[in-house]
Design a protein around this ligand. Structure first.
Ligand SMILES: [Zn+2]
Length: 270
């Protein structure tokens, strides 16, 4: 158990270091090469988005102190889960875990959009009227708890090696911050990159107010899932499309109270 706790503790330090480095780099890049003009000055949106990530981190520490990596260490010690039952090279177990966790996160995101009560939680993320690096951490604590529960279960059933879970969480964190960034990449580089990874231009379409566009490009890391499952959209209908949700085109999404209470409010679900 103490080994699980120390693994989870060192993973927290690593994740924070990656978060801080990615934040500083992307904030600078957004200032140098912005993709779109901002609707609001940063100071109006950021306090709410940053407060949410503090609440989310505290909620995870409180309710899931061992996190997904704790689940992986437990499965390894107990010999539980598919990959601990079959003979497979370590590198293959590592790579397979990254790919399986990524498709699970894709599927979870799709479910968050398709199932009414889950959408109520997830729409907190979509009410941001600008999309930038801080949108990547704008999630309701309920959604964060649900996705951690799902990840812990998948990690245990799969028997994912602890190192692959640490790597996956770090990659997911870094790539989500990258693809929410208000960042214009050189066009040719962007076109090549999106064959492998979800780029800012690809993910921004998912934050369009048009429902058909919101309901596309669900991937967070690998762009292949949207292509395979038919949810890929190369471009938005209008180049200057509106960001956010149709029913929240006001200053309200900047308020932390609305953001926390949103799942319980009676506005139309879509
Ligand atoms: Zn979404």
């Amino acid at each position: 158990m103490s080994q699980i706790a120390s693994f989870a503790g060192s993973e927290a330090g690593l994740r924070f270091a990656i978060f801080a480095a990615a934040l500083a780099t992307l904030v600078a890049a957004e200032a140098l090469w912005p993709a779109r003009a901002r609707h609001y000055p940063r100071a109006k949106r950021w306090p709410t988005n940053i407060l949410l990530t503090i609440i989310d981190t505290a909620a995870l520490r409180l309710f899931f102190p061992l996190l997904a990596v704790g689940s992986a260490v437990w499965a390894e010690e107990a010999g539980f889960g598919l990959l601990h039952r079959i003979t497979i090279p370590r590198w293959a177990a590592f790579a397979a875990s990254l790919v399986v966790l990524d498709v699970i996160v894709y599927g979870q995101h799709l479910a968050m959009h398709r199932i009414g009560p889950l959408w109520r939680l997830h729409r907190v993320h979509h009410t941001d009227r600008d999309v930038d690096v801080t949108t990547a951490v704008r999630f309701h604590p309920g959604e964060i708890a649900l996705s951690m529960g799902l990840k812990m279960a998948v990690v245990a059933l799969l028997g994912a090696p602890p190192a692959s879970v640490v790597a996956f969480e770090a990659i997911l964190n870094g790539v989500a911050m990258f693809n929410h960034a208000n960042l214009r990449l050189p066009a040719r580089f962007e076109r090549v990159l999106r064959w492998l990874v979800v780029t800012p231009d690809m993910h921004r379409i998912h934050h369009s107010t048009l429902q058909a566009e919101t309901d596309s490009n669900y991937g967070f890391n690998l762009s292949i899932w949207d292509r395979v499952f038919g949810t890929y959209r190369a471009a938005a209908g209008k180049p200057d499309f509106t960001l956010g949700l149709e029913s929240f085109q006001s200053d309200a999404p900047n308020g932390w109270w609305l953001v926390l209470a949103l799942p319980f409010r009676g506005e139309p679900v879509r």
